[in-house]
Design a protein around this ligand. Structure first.
Ligand code: ADP
Ligand code: ADP
Length: 229
């Protein structure tokens, strides 16, 4: 479960400039839907409305038929996992950063998640910046390694819903492909909303929504959208 439905969603940060002007689409349980569109199109705003960082001004967003406005942000964060563009690490060990996904997890579960994300070798290290304060150097993680920490955190949390918000867009092409394959594994059979600015990064999505000027300009599978070009 975890089916998401956006119905006639309207939103403006500033009443004079509507960002979303009647957006309707569904992410069926276990499926992956990607929202693509130019920068500023309102893609991230859609995800912020889903976990109630802001609330819709007209229309509804439901999860398994329930209006999210009847659910607390805390409860929503318990069922929604998120991999952002740049993962910001807490000033504690990598293991602690992974455990943040589910604080009740056992040490074995943390290690298993780290192994699945291929970062098991350095989970007892502190990220750069923390040890620096006490005169030592922390471990400098690459962008790809930080995304692997976010992936391990998500594996541990195992949320029914996953938001991938430009999760690979800060990475170089080779690292992007590696992290994309890891994300494909994590999102399999999980209700996933992918936010991306290029069609080429969402080839495997069950449906792609193209957002433009506050409305859905086009929708279809990757193959269908490419054919129409
Ligand atoms: P995208 O993810 O497609 O790049 P966003 O959803 O982040 O777009 O933003 C959509 C528009 O809303 C942009 O023009 C952005 O500048 C504006 N915006 C985003 N967040 C805020 C905010 N907190 N206050 C005012 N305007 C905002
Ligand atoms: P930004 O505008 O920087 O993308 P958002 O407004 O989308 O940020 O969200 C604020 C921060 O809250 C995000 O950077 C993310 O780290 C965190 N966050 C968002 N959703 C979740 C979630 N479901 N669980 C935990 N943290 C989240």
């Amino acid at each position: 479960n975890g089916a998401i439905a956006f119905k006639d969603v309207h939103f403006a940060y500033d009443a004079a400039r509507p960002i979303l002007k009647g957006i309707s689409f569904e992410v069926p349980a276990g499926k992956t839907v990607a929202v693509v569109g130019p920068s500023g199109a309102g893609k991230s705003t859609l995800s912020r409305l889903l976990y109630r960082f802001y609330d819709v001004q007209q229309g509804t967003i439901t999860i398994d038929g329930q209006d999210v406005r009847g659910v607390t942000q805390k409860s929503l964060r318990a069922v929604i996992g998120m991999v952002p563009q740049d993962t910001v690490l807490f000033n504690d060990t990598i293991a602690y950063n992974i455990r943040y996904g589910r604080v009740s997890a056992t040490e074995e579960e943390v290690v298993a998640a780290a192994e699945a994300a291929q970062i098991a070798t350095f989970i007892q290290s502190l990220p750069e910046g923390f040890q620096a304060m006490v005169g030592e150097r922390g471990l400098k993680l690459s962008g790809g390694e930080k995304q692997r920490v976010a992936i391990a955190r998500t594996i541990l949390k195992a949320p029914p819903i996953l938001i991938l918000d430009e999760a690979t867009s800060a990475l170089d092409t080779r690292t992007e492909q590696e992290i994309q394959s890891a994300l494909d594994v994590v999102s399999r059979n999980r209700t996933t909303l992918v936010i991306a600015h290029r069609l080429s990064t969402v080839i495997n999505a069950d449906e792609i929504i193209v957002l433009k000027d506050g409305v859905i300009a086009e929708r279809g599978t990757h193959g269908e959208l490419i054919d129409r070009d």
